[in-house]
Design a protein. Structure first.
Length: 174
């Protein structure tokens, strides 16, 4: 990992000082939110092993590694916003984190677009994943269990857009 790079999870800290130390396995994420952020960072960096290590044992499946690798190839995770958390502190056994993660599909339908003669855009189509995730802590380690997919998150008109552009929602995707 490169020194001094901002953390993909969106905190104002370098990757090293933020999620990097969890993704490398040097430390365990102390809270459900920290685990969630570090999992987003692992998605952004393609760290499949960390995603599997932090997935609760009840959710493990055959072929999951291949599936993850495939989905990581097609998706670029770009931006994370944590909307709210419940429990998930070091002294808790459970935690909930609601977040919006923004992703782009890498060269969506390039072959198909070519066939149809439509222009291929450089900028991927942005989409969001709005989820309420459940986490458990077992023997000092937080794990992701599962989550409920929620309808697309719509900020207030004058709040920053969900896509991470920094523009007000009403002037961006509003
Ligand atoms: Zn981070
Ligand atoms: Zn936007």
């Amino acid at each position: 990992m490169v020194d001094g790079k901002p953390c993909p999870c969106g905190q104002k800290a370098t990757l090293e000082d933020c999620c990097g130390r969890y993704v490398t396995g040097d430390q365990w994420a102390p809270t459900a939110e920290a685990l969630m952020r570090s999992r987003f960072t692992a998605y952004a960096l393609g760290q499949v092993d960390y995603l599997l290590d932090t997935l609760h044992s009840s959710q493990r499946q055959r072929g999951e590694k291949l599936q993850l690798q495939r989905s990581l190839k097609q998706t670029r995770w770009l931006h994370l916003q944590v909307l709210q958390t419940e429990a998930g502190q070091p002294e808790d056994e459970r935690g909930i984190v609601e977040f919006v993660a923004v992703y782009g599909l890498a060269k969506p339908m390039a072959g198909m677009a070519g066939l149809l003669g439509t222009a291929r855009t450089e900028t991927p189509q942005l989409a969001q994943m709005h989820e309420r995730s459940r986490f458990v802590q077992e023997e000092g380690r937080w794990f992701y269990v599962d989550g409920d997919q929620l309808p697309d998150y719509k900020p207030q008109r004058n709040q920053p857009c969900w896509c991470g552009s920094g523009t007000k929602f009403k002037q961006c995707h509003g």
